[in-house]
Design a protein around this ligand. Sequence first.
Ligand SMILES: Nc1nc2c(ncn2[C@@H]2O[C@H](COP(=O)(O)OP(=O)(O)OP(=O)(O)O)[C@@H](O)[C@H]2O)c(=O)[nH]1
Ligand SMILES: [Mg+2]
Ligand SMILES: [Zn+2]
Length: 280
Amino acid sequence: MTNSVGKIVSINKDLYTVRENNNVFSLSVRGKLKNTKLTVGDNVEFNKETKTIENVLERKNTLERPLISNIDKLFIVCSNKVPAFSTYLLDKFLVLTEVNNIKPIIIITKMDLLNYKEKKELKNTLSYYEKLGYKVYKNTDVHKIKKEMKNNVVAVSGQTGAGKSTLLNIIDKNLHLETGEVSKALGRGKHTTRLVSLIYTNKSLIADTPGFSALDLKLTKEEIKRGFIEFNKNCKYKSCCHTKEEGCEVIKLVENKKILQSRYDSYIKLISEAKDESKW
Ligand SMILES: Nc1nc2c(ncn2[C@@H]2O[C@H](COP(=O)(O)OP(=O)(O)OP(=O)(O)O)[C@@H](O)[C@H]2O)c(=O)[nH]1
Ligand SMILES: [Mg+2]
Ligand SMILES: [Zn+2]
């Protein structure tokens, strides 16, 4: 019997749930694959008779947190209040998607908690990202978000309490994912979603993921630099770090407020946290 090909949609200890078209199979892993760390999102060859995974196909990308592979789009869910909006976190996620070749979609939640002035400020910030070519939606733009999902494998990420599970429950009323009250005393959330799994809805496979309080990128300085798309477009010096070089257009554009100061601050902070020790 020839092997079938499917996608791992969830992993529970040694049990792998694999989806092939509209069927799901509970499989185990055998032989040489035992030493390979399989992830949700992996495309695998499996044997329906022995119910075993035989081979894993090459990945196009892997995210570490949540651990998931072969993602087409990342929904970056950004809350405005509890937890507060963080351009640093947004920029961090954007770098992650640029480097991993994933299309980012920015989704803003809790707009209802903002007053007029705060809304105006937020719109200014977001229009900068839109001008860069990033798609920005509110969590109430359900139709547009559904359109983005169709025929794609999507991971939903963002801080704990940002409203990821709530968003998915709105997109598909049958999901009933657990959502949580954000701890008021601490001003930060507790994890409500724990395991990562790909859910089939709206002709898409989508992963609700546990939020986090800190995201470790583990990227090199060069990768981080590549993630700030407008810097590379504007500065004509290929090897420029955009930190202290004379004639650097990026530094000028920050001074002239053409590049968001917060975006440049994110860049400097990320560079200082880069995993490599290379001197710049
Ligand atoms: N006011 C308001 N509250 C929201 C909105 N979206 C989500 N919430 C609330 O925020 C809290 C956290 O929402 P969740 O959907 O559980 O957040 P999460 O991102 O899934 O959190 P984790 O699973 O812990 O990572 C819940 O009490 C939601 O009801 C929104 O647009 N406006
Ligand atoms: Mg959740
Ligand atoms: Zn430069």
